[in-house]
Every structure is written in structure tokens, then in C-alpha cells.
Design a protein. Structure first.
Lengths: 239, 239
DNA sequence: CGAGGGTTTGAAGTGCATCAAATAGTGTGG
DNA sequence: CCACACTATTTGATGCACTTCAAACCCTCG
């Protein structure tokens, strides 16, 4: 019988570590610590020494960088199941961006040296990581495309479509996962623009908006509006 | 004595394969073919079956995708030394974008199955690839940042800085590597905007423009103008 | 109830896109 | 070597999407 701890089972649920064997996950989760972090907490900032990387179990995490003149560039906003901080592996053990909790989160803090060690000896893990990195790369290039070719209402519609089950039939209820202000910056626009673009989206696609609750009457109508300026066809979630 | 062929020596010059041993490079370059391609040639399009990946020896290659409504999203424009098409490894052996030659190029066509095979058995290669993927990821996130925070003249200045040796002293001559129209789309703007933004850049930073020849009087002045809206400090090339 | 953030609305400004046309450059055949 | 055709680039005029600044509104939570 293999022994097993709580953390390795968390790892098993991620795409990155799902394919590894149980022993590898045990090795990866040495010194793992569960951490509860409340909204607003900064986990690390650009340039910090990186002794760990993190797994998100619940909540939302913002990754960002700051410019010389005080602006903020959002790198990504991560949901449960994602890993972050692991790229310090390739950056000389320093974080290349800052991380902040934007919705109360359960995190697992994992040892970066353990990951590094495992990576050099475990080809299965390295291949899984390559696959994950390729997905990041693809997602980022889609993000660039969206910023270039979609207007504000389309970007919002596109995000909504990515937050729901794209194959669901009939009306769908969607609850916005975090602040509208943050959604706006996630999509590269101002809060005011987000607000106005959302009402435009409503009038164009018949969605119903009640605060953070969105009701999508017709997914296909929303897709027709949002996805015409995109290179992926409509059900784009499963690629 | 190790045997050696021409192609493996080309591979040795790339960051991706530089750390592999000579035998691995020999295995990777089986069935390698050198190919001359002239400006305008399409090498493959999104969704094509992918039997090879490519190494750029000279010239420039454009990677792009097309949207339903006929627009083009530029993914990247690649100089000599870069590999492309290798991501088909992770995409079920299909290219996830299209590739076109934009300046006459010497290419080496390499076997994708050979890479896949080598990757599964050669951890050094997998780690090198991870490092390369991380760099792509970083570059892309910088690209997103630039599009979000820099205005058109700054983006041009930033590109110029990345095309030169950032530590050089005194005036520098820079020859634009390809069409201004293409540079414009590389930077996510229209040709007209590029033209106007370039003259704005001239008046702001004292650069001298004669067609495709750019003379940079003061690198630091250019950097002061272009890099203030960016999260990297100035010499950003060497990271 | 009242304070404070999040959100919406209004009015005005800016940067880039678009359309149109002029100009410069480049390669061709005579 | 020149005239022509064709493309790349620039310039001008106008429009639109998004931003910015300002103020009102709303909602939640002590």
C-alpha cells in the first residue's frame, strides 16, 4: 500500500501533477503547508526570493507587475486548480511578478527546491509541465488576439462564455467571480468602460444583469456577438 | 570521434538545443532538410497536419492566425535562431497557427516525430525546452503589457531598443529588418499610425530617419521616452 | 444610520482607426 | 538610362472607442 498525505491528493487533482505517480506527488509535497489568505493579502512581489510555489484550492489570485510610473499590468487572474510562482524555477529563484489575493483563498505552499529536484529526475513530470506551459502560451496568445481584435463588449461576452459550460442548453445563470473593477482590468479596460460595455452587451445579446448575477438567455446569441472577431470557432473551451 | 553533420551544428547554435549532447543533436537532425523560401511563401496554415518543425537560419518568419471575419492576428515575427512549429508536439500534431516568410529565408526542416521521441527519453532536452517555453511566456506577457500601457511612439521606441545592443555607447545605426507595414502590425497598429508615431518619436528623442535606416543619437534619451511605461527597467535585453 | 467602497452615469478629451489622396521608392521592359 | 506600373509610405481630414475627470448612486457592513 502506498502511503498518502492530504497534499499529494490535492496535487493529484491538478492537470500539472495529475499524470505523475503517487510517489512523485509525495516527494513534491514534502514541507507543504496549507495557508488561508484573505482578500487584499500580497503573497510576494516581483524580485522576491522564491522558496515556494503555490497551488490555489479556492478563491482567486491576481498576478501583476508594476511599471516605473506606477501603473499596474495584470498578468493573469487565477482560479482554483492553478499553480503559480513555479516559473521562478527558470528565473534564478526569484519571482518575476507580484501576487495578491483578490478573493479569500485556500492555498497550498509547496517547496520549490523539491520541484526543481523532481523535475531534473522525473521526465514524466517535465513533459507534463511542458504541456502546461504550452497551454499558458496558447492562452496568452489568445489574450493578445482578443485585446487586438475584440472591442470592449465582445471581450466581456467572450469572458462570460469562458466562465460557463459552453455546451449547456437553455438559459444559464452566471455569478461574477470577483469585483467588476477587477474584471475590467483583467480585460484591459477601465471600470467605467466595463460598465458601459456591459450594458451594450445586454442590449445586443439579451442577457439580464442583476448586480453580479448574469443570466444568459441564449448562449448562441452571445457567441454570435462575441466570437466573430476571434480565430477560434465558438465552443472554444475544449481545445 | 563523434561524427557530425551540418544540421546538428546548426542546432548547436540555438538556445534550445545548445545544451544537448552531440549524439542527441544527431538523432534530432535525421531527415533534416535545408529549405530556401522566398518572401510571401506560406509554410503552413492553422490546422495543418504537422510532420516537421522549423529552424530559422536567416530571414524573417511571421506566425499568425485568422479570424472568422477575415482579420489577421500576428502571433510573432521570428528572427534567425528561432524554432517554430514545435508546439504542434502538444497540439495533437497539428499546427496551431499559420506561418509565412516575410523576408527571404533559409530554413531547416526537422522531423517532429524525432523531437517527440527524443523529448520522452532525454530529460536534459525537456528541461531546455521548459526554459525556452518559459522565455516565450515571459516575452508574451511583456508584449501584453506593452500593448496595454505604452502608446504607439513608445512601442516603436521599445522595439528599436530591442533590436540594438543596449549597452552600446554613442550614436547607433539601425536598419529596419522588414517592411514598416509589417512592423506596424507586429506592434499592433495601423501603417498610418506607425508613420505618424515614428515622426513623433523623432521629435521627442532626436532620432534620425532615412527610409529604413534609423540613427539613434542617444540611447538613453530613447530609453527615457520608451521605457517609463514599462515594468522592466532599461537595459531590458539581458534578462 | 452612516461611512466607505464599488458601480454607474455624464461630459469632455485623446489616441488611434479609417478613408482618401498625394508622394516616394522599386523593379520592369523598352 | 528612362518611362511606366506597382507597391510602400506619408499626409490630411474625419470619426469612433475608449479614457479621464467629476459626481451621483448604491450596497454592504459596522
Amino acid at each position: 500500500m502506498t502511503t498518502q498525505n492530504t497534499y499529494s491528493s490535492f496535487l493529484a487533482a491538478t492537470t500539472l501533477f495529475g499524470e505523475c505517480d503517487e510517489n512523485a506527488r509525495m516527494r513534491l509535497s514534502v514541507h507543504a503547508i496549507e495557508e488561508l489568505a484573505t482578500k487584499g493579502k500580497t503573497l510576494f512581489i516581483t524580485g522576491d526570493q522564491a522558496p515556494f510555489y503555490y497551488l490555489v484550492r479556492s478563491g482567486w489570485i491576481k498576478l501583476y507587475r508594476e511599471t516605473l510610473d506606477g501603473n499596474q499590468a495584470i498578468i493573469d487572474i487565477l482560479p482554483a486548480g492553478q499553480i503559480f510562482g513555479e516559473s521562478a524555477l527558470f528565473e534564478d529563484d526569484h519571482y518575476s511578478c507580484s501576487a495578491e489575493v483578490i478573493e479569500d483563498a485556500k492555498l497550498v505552499r509547496l517547496s520549490l527546491p523539491a520541484l526543481k529536484q523532481e523535475m531534473t529526475s522525473n521526465n514524466t513530470l517535465a513533459l507534463a509541465m511542458l504541456k502546461a506551459m504550452n497551454r499558458y502560451r496558447h492562452d496568452q496568445s489568445m489574450e493578445l488576439e482578443h485585446r487586438a481584435l475584440q472591442n470592449a463588449p465582445q471581450r466581456i461576452g467572450c469572458l462570460f462564455l469562458r466562465l460557463i459550460d459552453q455546451h449547456a442548453e437553455g438559459p444559464i445563470l452566471l455569478h461574477l467571480p470577483y469585483d467588476k473593477t477587477l474584471l475590467a482590468s483583467r480585460l484591459g479596460m477601465q471600470p467605467e468602460t466595463f460598465s458601459r460595455a456591459l450594458s451594450k452587451l445586454r442590449s445586443e445579446t439579451g442577457i439580464v444583469i442583476k448586480g453580479a448575477a448574469i443570466q444568459i438567455e441564449s448562449v448562441s446569441q452571445l457567441a454570435a456577438f462575441a466570437c466573430s472577431a476571434c480565430s477560434s470557432g465558438f465552443p472554444c473551451a475544449d481545445k
